[in-house]
Design a protein around this ligand. Sequence first.
Ligand code: FES
Length: 150
Amino acid sequence: MDAQRLDTILSRYECDPWDLIPVLQDIQDNYSYLPKDELNEVARRLNVPLTQIFSVATFFKMFSLLPKGRHQVKVCLGTTCHLRGGARLVESLSNRLGVEPGYTTKDMEFSLETVGCLGSCAQAPVMMVDDKYFGRTSVDKVPKILKLYK
Ligand code: FES
């Protein structure tokens, strides 16, 4: 555990049980996931049962209990994107990266996940890498998109 890093995060809070979600968001932003040792310490310092922390961490999609890669690949499987080939994009990305959605490549370069509507249905099917949207995309465009991040 990186105690100093966690102390810096916790120093921004009263360490009241009500601070749990903001503290978890801060840890997620800082580490790109919620490390188990850090969660144990948060449980102790905020006086919140670890089971409650895991309930929160698994309920909200913004939290991850697994380390994330350097780049976050998100494929929309909202209704419009699904109808226009979103599932084929997921399959193609999964084959190229060698991971199922929800997982990270061994080299920690890419995490792949599926999401609900990204709010760009007119551009369906849509995928994102980090903060960049790729609309009207297709299986043929996947290698070129991934190459931008290698
Ligand atoms: S359904 Fe994919 S952006 Fe809306």
